[in-house]
Design a protein around this ligand. Structure first.
Ligand SMILES: CC(=O)[C@@H](O)[C@H](O)COP(=O)(O)O
Ligand SMILES: NCC(=O)COP(=O)(O)O
Length: 255
């Protein structure tokens, strides 16, 4: 069974266009869970453009399902640019305070529009390994955001991470007609095989949607979890949140 973790970033993006709590983040987390989501993901960014540090605490206080916090471990504290919003404490500070069930490290630049690459562990492996060890010592399952690159995935295994999350944008683009789907899909299948050989658990995410998810879920071996936010939120505008979560679970092969 592949777990569905719903990413709430875009719900928070709508909330942040007013100085109110509408839409309410914990309430929408609960709606997703009631509709069958297996977990909740957030990706707080230093500019707090969507999920804020305070949202992470609010979610941690109410979640009974897996809480996955994603982000750049090198992101330090940043002053809030908005009245009434707390400063960003830095990613590792936040995760140390919250101790989510899973923490996915992502090599974002602080001001990136969205995540657009996995780790280069030839360059960053020595920096990442002690952070992973610290997270694990706090009882947090770890994951590293990775391109479907065999050599890099073998290096990921040497960092001590529990899992990797395959960065699926290239698959999503190919599925939509931008790129050779067969070639790119084979890269993901190979990446999954290498992860299994190396004893790494396998997650995936970025731009997965109702069109491209069924093929990915049915053909990439050993997939444990997908985290999905952008397309799921857009689909919820049309179908409603509960219907949408159920549709994504069906796309994962569940009833
Ligand atoms: C790591 C990853 O792929 C997602 O967390 C994605 O980056 C969502 O972030 P945004 O919602 O800021 O685009
Ligand atoms: N880790 C990927 C994620 O949480 C959601 O990505 P997206 O569906 O918003 O592209």
């Amino acid at each position: 069974m592949i777990a569905l973790s719903v990413n709430l970033n875009k719900i928070a993006l709508i909330r942040n266009s007013r100085d109110t709590t509408n839409p309410d983040i914990p309430l929408h987390a609960q709606m997703c869970i009631d509709a069958g989501a297996d977990g909740i993901t957030v990706h707080p960014r230093p500019d707090q453009r969507h999920i804020r540090a305070s949202d992470c605490f609010d979610l941690a206080a109410m979640l009974q399902v897996e809480f996955n916090i994603e982000g750049n471990p090198m992101a330090g504290p940043r002053k809030s640019e908005r009245d009434g919003v707390d400063d960003y404490p830095g990613f590792m500070e936040l995760v140390r305070a919250i101790r989510p069930a899973q923490c996915t490290l992502v090599p974002d630049g602080d001001d990136q529009l969205t995540s657009d690459h996995g780790f280069d562990l030839k360059r960053d492996g020595d920096k990442v390994a002690p952070l992973l060890a610290e997270l694990k010592s706090l009882g947090i399952r770890t994951s590293l955001f990775m391109d479907p690159d065999e050599e890099q995935i073998r290096l990921a295994a040497q960092t001590g991470t529990d899992r990797i999350e395959l960065y699926t944008e290239s698959y999503a683009r190919a599925f939509a007609g931008q790129g050779d789907l067969d070639t790119i899909h084979k890269q993901f299948v190979r990446a999954a095989e290498v992860a299994a050989e190396e004893g790494l658990g396998l997650n995936a995410g970025h731009d997965l949607n109702l069109d491209n998810l069924p093929h990915f879920a049915a053909t990439v071996p050993g997939l444990l979890e997908v985290s999905i936010g952008h397309a799921l939120t857009v689909d919820a505008l049309r179908m409603g949140l509960a219907n949408t979560v159920a549709a994504y679970q069906r796309a994962l092969g569940k009833n």
